[in-house]
Ligand binder design. Structure first.
Ligand code: NAG
Ligand code: NAG
Length: 388
């Protein structure tokens, strides 16, 4: 009895000692290396760069109701956090990634080069093209070692501006002209990705374009009522079809050693949330929470616009005319980080981060859902993964 007693005491002491020696720390992204996150693209990923390029002294996105859910309007286009903020959290990056144009930003764990109104082609006003963003990365590159850059994540979302402008300027373009335009956009994108790779980037995450004709701004501008504007959706689809094969080519080519990537099917993720919005607890998916017009798509946050603001932004898929609510952004970040091949392939972001740096990929992007390996085909292709 006495023996047992002291045994228990010793065990207790050992346990306490063990706890001091190996404190149990559980945090997001455990086991994931401390690498940086670099984001490129337009307002979806803009961490506040537009504020530095805008002639307007106090642009709308720096004012309530932007940032409403966090009581922090900070130049991001959402009622709160945007996708890269959540990804940064998952990667245990303490305060998200700062805008590249902010003086004296701490860039140790990465930076955002994305800026609202950015396009792939052209010379957008008070903004930057993707090539200009890549050039900015080049000027700052010596902040990081090449080994660190190689292990870090390069996330890209861009193209919306190109297609919205194109359709506005060429409403009657025929199929051949449309295809030619898509080809010029995607070839420039390819050139820009190649430039990043030449600067040492190796881990790419490309978010496919949303069904652009379903954005409240497109429904409002083209007066489609409850429908999406098919021409814009079609251009987005044509664009998206080229991304997987393009990245496969990079990964298979021998020019660039160890090129690795993930392609997130943002198009379908939005479509699922529009078609079956209640399954995702979005009560409104065709109008935005904040703005004026038939679909509340204009002027959110503008001082001279008396825009409507919904009561509860988490029940809206879109916060303003073209950007998702924070709740939706959080869902997309979770999909990017951890979803299966129905949603992101050939690797999700967590897998991409831990995939050995410098190694060639063993799996590649595949065009059809039939090829999805983890789940047998089903009659209703949406059944079974409405959580996605
Ligand atoms: C910058 O951020 C890194 C990592 O988040 C941190 O370790 C470092 O102390 C920061 N530097 C300054 C000057 O705040
Ligand atoms: C590091 O980044 C800062 C921007 O935060 C930039 O001003 C600076 O030139 C960069 N330093 C180097 C050595 O590249």
């Amino acid at each position: 009895m006495a023996n047992n007693h002291s045994f228990v005491r010793i065990l207790g002491v050992l346990l306490v000692l063990a706890m001091y020696n190996h404190p149990i720390i559980v945090y997001a992204g455990e086991g994931v290396p401390n690498v940086a996150l670099f984001t490129f693209g337009d307002s979806y990923y803009d961490a506040g760069n537009k504020v530095f390029l805008s002639e307007e002294k106090n642009p709308a996105q720096t004012f309530w109701p932007y940032g409403k859910s966090r009581d922090d309007p900070n130049g991001k286009f959402s009622d709160g956090h945007i996708i890269p903020d959540f990804i940064a959290d998952f990667m245990s990056i303490p305060h998200g990634v700062p805008p590249a144009l902010k003086p004296d930003a701490n860039v140790t764990r990465g930076v955002s080069f994305a800026v609202a109104d950015a396009s792939i082609l052209g010379s957008p006003a008070e903004s930057m093209t993707l090539s200009q963003q890549v050039a900015t990365f080049e000027t700052m590159k010596s902040n990081w070692t090449s080994d660190y850059i190689k292990k870090s994540l390069f996330m890209i979302y861009i193209g919306t501006e190109d297609y919205l402008n194109y359709v506005q300027k060429h409403p009657g373009a025929d199929a051949t002209k449309q295809q030619a335009f898509v080809t010029s956009v995607t070839s420039q994108l390819k050139t820009d990705i190649k430039s990043l790779a030449n600067l040492g980037a190796r881990k790419f995450v490309v978010q496919l374009l949303a069904p652009l004709g379903c954005l409240p701004i497109a429904r409002q501008d083209y007066k489609t009522g409850n429908d999406c504007y098919e021409l814009l959706n079609d251009l987005a689809k044509q664009h998206n079809e080229k991304i997987g094969p393009m990245l496969n080519d990079f990964a298979k080519s021998t020019d660039i050693d160890g090129f690795q990537f993930s392609v997130f099917d943002f198009y379908d993720a939005i479509i699922r949330r529009i078609e079956r919005h209640l399954n995702f607890r979005f009560y409104v998916s065709d109008r935005s929470c904040c703005g004026v017009g038939t679909h509340n798509a204009y002027g959110c946050g503008k001082a001279n616009v008396h825009s409507k603001l919904c009561d509860y932004q988490r029940s809206y898929l879109f916060f303003d005319g073209r950007h998702n609510s924070e709740k939706a952004q959080e869902e997309f970040a979770n999909l990017l980080y951890a979803a299966n091949l129905n949603v992101i392939q050939p690797l999700n972001v967590r897998e991409l981060i831990v995939y050995p740096s410098g190694e060639r990929m063993r799996e590649f992007w595949e065009p059809t859902k039939i090829s999805i390996r983890r789940r047998p085909p089903q009659d209703d292709s949406y059944t079974g993964f409405s959580t996605y």
